[in-house]
Ligand binder design. Structure first.
Ligand SMILES: Nc1ncnc2c1ncn2[C@@H]1O[C@H](COP(=O)(O)OP(=O)(O)O)[C@@H](O)[C@H]1O
Ligand SMILES: [Mg+2]
Length: 315
């Protein structure tokens, strides 16, 4: 009898958060209280690590299912429209009251990042349709520590996804409380861990990157550490890989890490080796910095394809 061939519905399912970023460019270096301080530029754009990743993965051609709790206000509608425009599946997004928002104040190479969580932190385990998530080949979570309701259930969620045959990845991003607790129970169910340098040291509770890398590599099959303008390194099954950043004229680095994740995971889902995944991650991280926020560059498919082609990668 002929065997039924089951086709996964999505390449990747992402559970996380969705909100807008408000970015004020060109503020004065010193910001005294009670003064009216003028910015020279302003962008309102799709923010949040999970939503930026979903958007940019879809722009690259992955089939993406996205779950989060969205606010019932115009900020929520705007953010959802950005994902819808790229073809991200939003059928299982939960609805809440007030959207979260992130205010970003860049100062040279550094930036203030101020977030009001709103619905970002209100996603509950009961809001998740596990069958829907498991209809993908791969499961990903970003911004772990913003998921205050979901966090205690995340080890079980990852365990279930692995048990359903999915591969998994995690980008914790920062912990606003700087405690980095609860991650040890998740790591045994993670295939690819994607921190930046600071986060890698915090997760491993190590003072230097080398120690952090070797400790994390004992817990996760593939550890990838993003290092801004220095590119990225990875350790997979004891083997170390590194790849330089792609030189670009930077508008802002907002969402570079999420765009790196998009490039890396897109290639991983195509079955590419670590070297290719790293190079493509760096390419997408760099491309993201060439326009405002984390997704503006990826909203122009012709420019994206041209950038990839110029650097030796295209469909
Ligand atoms: N100034 C830059 N020039 C080129 N590529 C960059 C630059 N900043 C970031 N990137 C790319 O984006 C990736 C992620 O950036 P990084 O700042 O390390 O992550 P995060 O946004 O998570 O803190 C880097 O590994 C690199 O590939
Ligand atoms: Mg990041």
């Amino acid at each position: 009898m002929a065997k039924t061939c089951y086709m996964p519905k999505f390449d990747i399912a992402i559970a996380g958060e969705i909100n807008l970023d408000l970015i004020l460019y060109g503020l004065p270096e010193q910001m005294p209280m009670e003064r009216e301080l003028l910015a020279s530029g302003f962008t309102i754009t799709l923010g949040s690590s999970s939503a930026i990743l979903a958007h940019n993965l879809a722009a690259l051609g992955s089939r993406v299912g996205f779950v989060a709790k969205v606010g019932g206000d115009s900020f929520g509608t705007l953010a959802m429209d950005c994902l819808r425009e790229r073809g991200v599946d939003l059928a299982h997004v939960a609805h809440g009251a007030q959207s979260g928002v992130t205010l970003i104040l860049p100062h040279g190479a550094q930036r203030h990042i101020l977030t009001y969580p709103g619905t970002i932190s209100e996603l509950r385990f009961e809001d998740l349709d596990l069958e829907y998530l498991a209809s993908a080949r791969h499961f990903h979570m970003s911004s772990l520590f913003l998921q205050r309701q979901l966090l205690p259930h995340v080890p079980d969620l990852f365990r279930r996804m692995k048990a359903s045959g999915l591969t998994t990845s995690l980008d914790t991003n920062d912990d606003p409380d700087d405690r980095w607790e609860g991650i040890e129970e998740i790591l045994p169910h993670v295939d690819i861990l994607l921190p930046n340098e600071r986060e890698a040291k915090k997760i491993a509770r190590a003072d230097d990157l080398e120690t952090a890398l070797s400790q994390l590599a004992q817990k996760v099959p593939t550890v990838v550490v993003k290092m801004g303008a220095s590119g990225a390194v990875a350790v997979r099954d004891g083997q170390r890989f590194s790849a330089p950043a792609v030189p670009v004229t930077v508008v802002d680095p907002v969402g570079a890490g999420d765009s790196f994740d998009a490039g890396f995971l897109h290639q991983f889902l195509l079955g590419a080796d670590v070297t290719t995944c790293l190079a493509y991650g760096n390419l997408c991280g760099a491309f993201s910095t060439t326009d405002c926020g984390g997704t503006e560059a990826f909203r122009n498919p012709a420019r994206m394809q041209e950038f990839l082609r110029q650097h030796g990668c295209s469909d």
